[in-house]
Design a protein around this ligand. Structure first.
Ligand code: PEP
Ligand code: MN
Length: 349
């Protein structure tokens, strides 16, 4: 932390600031220039609130020079985190595509969607059984029955399964079926849930909250990491802005920003990020070009009749085409992506 004093700050005011910093556990280094005094503070307790200094008389500005999150930061761990699920690696050279319907609806729909995404080269099946819907009257998901459908199709096609957990009470049941626990945008700051996931022995996909800053998002990841679960991947899914043409504004710049600040894998969800099927492929291509470690994409075997998010779900043929385009883009930036749309590589957890 650096405290810059006002030009006319008195010695008493400087002394008061120093005393406050010492009280907060900092080692203080004072530098008095011709115009003003600057106080450097190192160490200190993590929870030290800079506003306690900002409100003191004579203080011009307080600058924080370390991030408030520790375990999530690149300073703490310079090399990329690579999450292993069987022989799948998330955060390594390969761009991992996770795809499937917004929600599990019927056995046939899950199976047809899983078969389609597998054929095109996805490595992970996505699909929700516990759905966070804006309206309580909308389809809320099939619960455990949906999880069962998703897992049996995932197994049949040798795909891992990512599915959402909305509440601590669902943890036991979701863990029985999932390989990756998805925390949705609305739950990014559900700290009780995040703490529980810190104790879980299963990778977590943490979506960015609808109005969350990157710092808040990384602090949420810190909750899970601090609980002892090191397998956290982040997922940018668009934030709320004044723009209304798209459902959300997909923050592509978050990819290089987070990759610099953190060692955690960064995925992008262009489906919720745009809310429109015709905008999904361009944003998916942009995300891979910008360095995303993976994508989370809604694909439905019959999107026009989907029970949730049909308008943003790709038809299988559109997903095929997108995967073919990604196979050109990924190598151009030194990444690999499933070369052949094949059923290969056995894995288990
Ligand atoms: C989803 O992935 O279907 C979902 C509900 O996403 P989000 O939490 O990003 O809205
Ligand atoms: Mn959805």
């Amino acid at each position: 932390m650096v405290v810059i004093m006002q030009e006319r700050a008195t010695d008493e005011q400087v002394t008061r600031v120093v005393a406050q910093l010492v009280d907060m556990g900092f080692d203080v280094h004072r530098s008095t220039g011709a115009l003003r005094t600057v106080i450097g503070a190192v160490g200190g307790r993590r929870e030290g609130d800079p506003r306690l200094l900002e409100v003191l008389e004579g203080v011009q500005e307080v600058l924080r020079i370390t991030e408030p999150y520790k375990l999530a930061s690149r300073t703490f761990r310079p090399e990329n985190t690579v999450i292993a699920i069987g022989d799948l690696r998330i955060g390594g050279d390969e761009v991992i595509v996770m795809a499937g319907p917004c929600s599990a609806e019927t056995e046939e729909q899950v199976e047809a969607s899983a078969a389609a995404v597998k054929r095109a080269g996805a490595k992970v099946l996505r699909g929700g059984a516990f759905k966070p819907r804006s309206s309580p009257y909308s389809f809320q998901g099939l619960g455990e029955e949906g999880l069962r459908m998703l897992r049996s199709s995932a197994d049949r096609h040798n795909l891992a399964l990512v599915t959402e957990i909305m509440d601590v009470s669902q943890l036991a049941v979701v863990q029985q079926y999932a390989h990756i626990l998805q925390v949705g945008a609305r739950n990014m700051q559900n700290y009780t849930l995040l703490r529980e996931l810190g104790k879980a022995r299963m990778p977590v996909l943490l979506k960015r909250g609808i109005s969350a800053t990157i710092e808040e998002w990384l602090l949420s990841a810190e909750y899970v990491l601090a609980g002892g679960n090191t397998d956290v991947m982040l997922c940018e899914r668009g934030i709320r802005t004044f723009e209304s043409y798209t459902r959300n504004t997909l923050d592509i710049s978050a990819i290089p920003v987070v990759k610099q600040l953190s060692h955690l894998p960064v995925l992008v969800d262009p489906s919720h990020g745009t809310g429109r099927r015709d905008k999904v492929a361009p944003m998916a291509r942009a995300a891979v070009a910008a360095g995303a470690d993976g994508l989370l994409i809604e694909v439905h075997c019959d999107p026009d009749h989907a029970r949730s998010d049909g308008a943003q779900s790709l038809f299988p043929a559109q997903f095929d085409r997108l995967m073919a385009e990604l196979r050109i883009i990924a190598p151009a930036i030194g990444r690999s992506i499933c070369v052949e749309p094949v059923a290969r590589r056995g894995w288990s957890r």
